[in-house]
Design a protein around this ligand. Sequence first.
Ligand code: AHR
Length: 496
Amino acid sequence: MANQVIINTDIVKGKINRNIYGHFAEHLGRCIYEGIWVGEDSLIPNTQGIRNDVLEALKRIKVPVLRWPGGCFADEYHWKDGVGPREGRKRMVNTHWGGVVENNHFGTHEFMLLCELLECEPYICGNVGSGTVQEMSEWVEYMTFDGESPMAAWRAQNGSEQPWKLKYFGVGNENWGCGGNMRPEYYADLYRRYQTYVRNYGDNKLYKIAGGANVDDYNWTEVLMKHAGWLMDGLSLHYYTIPGDFWLGKGSALDFPEDEWFITMKKALHMDELITKHSTIMDKYDPDKRVGLIIDEWGTWFDVEPGTNPGFLYQQNTIRDALVAGLHFNIFHNHCDRVHMTNIAQTVNVLQAMILTEGEKMILTPTYHVFDMYKVHQDAERLAVDSSFGSYEYNGEKLPQVTVSASRNDSGKVHISLCNIDHQNGAELSLELRGGARSSEAKVSGTLLTAASMNAHNTFERPDAVKPVDFSDVTIQADRLQLKLPPMSVVTLTVE
Ligand code: AHR
């Protein structure tokens, strides 16, 4: 049989940092405004301005860390505009995203409240492109200084006597592009300078993240590691799954032919090569893997839904997106020695979103369900897996039909996640547990996400068209688990 999996329960290959399940929320389109922030006077039920339905949904998937305020927006954001009484905050133009008015009602205090309510770590991205060293330095002082200082006093005056705990701080975003169009040598020098004044106050210890490469710009990683590697804790990488061409047409989120399904899977799987190659360069300067590869923007990027603002990046989300998410997580798990955090773009109403809203209505996307199914891997030990799978063939090209990863949590449960990317064929596979665990004695349960058509998705009229169900296609034969994965499916098994 072509499809075989061996889970070595006695071989641990590192820890799957829960921050691999991180999110990213930018001041872009309807992500922050409407998607998260509705204001205290809204008829939509909210907690101090943050909508309750979205809050509850995000809590269920255990968001571990949230990146904000951008993205490209970060390098135009001046944090002082977003604190103090809301009615007096500066109104500005969001030049990157739709040219709409940004009223700054969601600022530092509102973001920190959101993180407190979600019980997640804040990850703030500072402004290098159009901001000063002083501005960045004062933002950190404002947020974390516990004592007498001008910024701490201003924070208290604005309602937060106590400093916040802040660990993750990004020094700029995409500084090769919207963050200043810099050369890596120039940005490396700026990184060294800016990060000097991003200080640890009291016992608040920052984890500093340098702006990293776009896709396969290996030279960027080389230069940054060489000239600033010892001054950073993390280096970012951005890679989006785009079936078409970024400028000429990315492809539709809903209305796509079979070959775009295949291309999307192929491009999602490309993440593995990118991580391998960037990590190899990082290994040269950091063999102990102290510096994390922080993939703080990833996910599908399609053409916007017809009739919507092109600057708002609103796209629907199908079972195809669910497979893309599952493939990424299996890849991230398998590189968990170097990949310490990732942040899908973006949380609500933008790109590969978890949640879509329409006024007071809210739906969960197939991607959300994958985050829900995979949350069992957060902070678990990655287990060594040997596997061989048949091919998914299309027009003479081949991809592995199935990908897999496995982990064990601290109560001893083993979780195995599998993705069958073939849009037409199911996959029968035999799974053996080794290293003490016996398949014949195992208690197995599972969850399945699949759909009957490639573009199956949830709508406000049919919010549960794509949702997880119990997976029962498991039998035990000759001390092996025999599974049948439907076409286009994501499965997570729990073995006790
Ligand atoms: O996520 C949308 C945009 O994509 C971000 O603002 C930017 O960093 C990237 O190019």
